[in-house]
Ligand binder design. Structure first.
Ligand code: ATP
Ligand code: MG
Length: 426
């Protein structure tokens, strides 16, 4: 067993003491067999949600209708899901009703792919009725049961299939691929938010280039409920093998944070900031996330304009224009792009600026925001003997600009004097 599974053993033992079954299931078993680090350890159990809540009184009923409660143990959270079968799927999205059962095998049968339909008990014994381990060894992605039916039940599985194939380097079994092609119109039923979540995991797992190629080859890229031009474009680019873009997509695949992947995708495909904004809204990213992504694209745009001529003053102007937070988001992205070898592809023709140097210039600025200005509104008001008003904000901004451009030291007295001289001049 993996140390993370070891840590969860008391939860399984507690279930067994009460005469229920409890096993590790799904992604953690798959990742363990692949020798990969586990991200979360999920547990399946014969205990119903009510029984589980009784055994673990402080469990959180996170998804009772699907049989899931979240159990806390040793400072970690575990999703504990009751063995279940899924009823009829009327809409290619969610089962109309789920039924709790007492057999693990029935539970494994409702799962999407053989590599995800394995369980492991507390002694490390593998429960693998559909040959998931053999499929992993053959690097094959195969549906549990008849692929066409499984994809028709839930079209999100199409995107999940692309994700698992891309991240783990699996090939679709011929039957799975045929089923996927036959079911692809069902994708139009799936909420963009859920697709976004799968694509995030694809990006986090290094699957960008392979995922884009598979989305193109399968025709899924053009069958989302709402269009995602960047993804369709990436797909087309990746299928045009050997192109320069294919090489840069490979470099972008090495980015680990999903947002870095999204930013890289839009930059490599030369999407306008407006097009990018549209995609991120379509994927229902949170406002904060959309703003961060917009910041990354703006900083890249700003540096592109400088064409390698960046210096301390240019950095000051960038911070004045976009704000410190935005610049930091942008530089954090560029630092990752530098590590993965992507950076030169983002500054085609010109040379990629060194992020170390850019960060140095940022840190050397005498101030980066009003917070760091040696004078605040209250003191300014006092020094100038004026009533508060909109003039204050404007004046503080001008002072910050003067400090950042090195025209005046960041000291309260000097700033007050400069402000007074401006007021006199007006
Ligand atoms: P990851 O480790 O990246 O989270 P995962 O395999 O754990 O991958 P989850 O989305 O967390 O993926 O789902 C957990 C398990 O639940 C899967 O391994 C699979 O057995 C099952 N599962 C999840 N979504 C579906 C689905 N849409 N249809 C069928 N089974 C599913
Ligand atoms: Mg998981």
């Amino acid at each position: 067993l993996d140390p993370q599974m070891q840590a969860a053993l008391p939860v399984l033992l507690r279930l067994e003491e009460a005469c229920y079954e409890g096993v590790f299931v799904g992604g953690c078993v798959r990742d363990l067999l692949l020798g990969l680090p586990l991200h979360d350890v999920d547990i399946a159990s014969s205990a119903t949600p009510a029984e589980a809540m009784e055994l673990f009184p402080d469990a959180i009923p996170t998804g009772l209708q699907h049989g899931t409660v979240t159990v806390r143990h040793g400072g970690r959270l575990y999703e504990l899901t009751t063995y279940r079968t899924d009823g009829e799927y009327a809409d290619s999205r969610r089962p109309d009703k789920v039924e709790f059962v007492r057999s693990l095998e029935q539970d494994l049968q409702r799962r999407d792919f053989t590599v995800n339909a394995m369980a492991m008990d507390r002694s490390g014994r593998l429960i693998d009725p559909f040959g998931g381990q053999a499929d992993l060894q053959r690097k094959t992605l195969r549906a549990v049961g008849t692929a066409g039916e499984r994809f028709a039940e839930d079209a999100l599985r199409l995107v999940r299939g692309i994700r698992f194939a891309s991240v783990y380097g699996l090939s679709f079994a011929p039957s799975a691929w045929r089923g996927l092609i036959a079911s692809r119109e069902g994708l139009r039923q799936i909420a963009m938010e859920r697709i976004g979540a799968e694509l995030d995991k694809l990006l986090a797992g290094g699957g960008l280039a392979r995922g884009a190629a598979l989305l193109a080859a399968s025709g899924l890229a053009s069958r989302f409920k709402e269009p995602l031009p960047s993804l369709a474009g990436a797909a087309a680019a990746c299928s045009a093998r050997g192109g320069a873009l294919a090489a840069s997509m490979q470099a972008a695949s090495r980015l680990q944070r999903p947002d870095d992947g999204w930013a890289a995708l839009h930059l490599l495909l030369k999407q306008t900031p407006e097009q990018a904004r549209q995609s991120f809204a379509t994927l229902r990213f949170s406002t904060a996330r959309q703003e961060r992504l917009a910041a990354v694209l703006s900083v890249h745009g700003g540096l592109l304009r400088l064409d390698g001529a960046a210096g301390r003053v240019e950095m000051a102007r960038l911070v004045l224009e976009l704000g410190e937070d935005a610049v930091r988001h942008g530089l954090s992205f560029l630092a990752e792009a530098e590590k993965t070898g992507l950076a030169p592809h983002l500054f085609a023709g010109g040379e990629a600026p060194s992020t170390g140097r850019l960060i140095g210039w940022l840190e050397e600025l005498p101030a980066r925001s009003l917070k760091e200005l040696a004078i605040d509104g209250r003191r300014l008001q006092h020094e100038l003997g004026r009533r508060p008003g909109p003039w204050m904000g404007l004046l503080l901004k001008r002072l910050l600009e003067a400090v950042m451009l090195g025209e005046v030291p960041n000291e309260a007295e000097a700033l007050a004097m400069l402000a007074a001289s401006w007021m006199e001049g007006e």
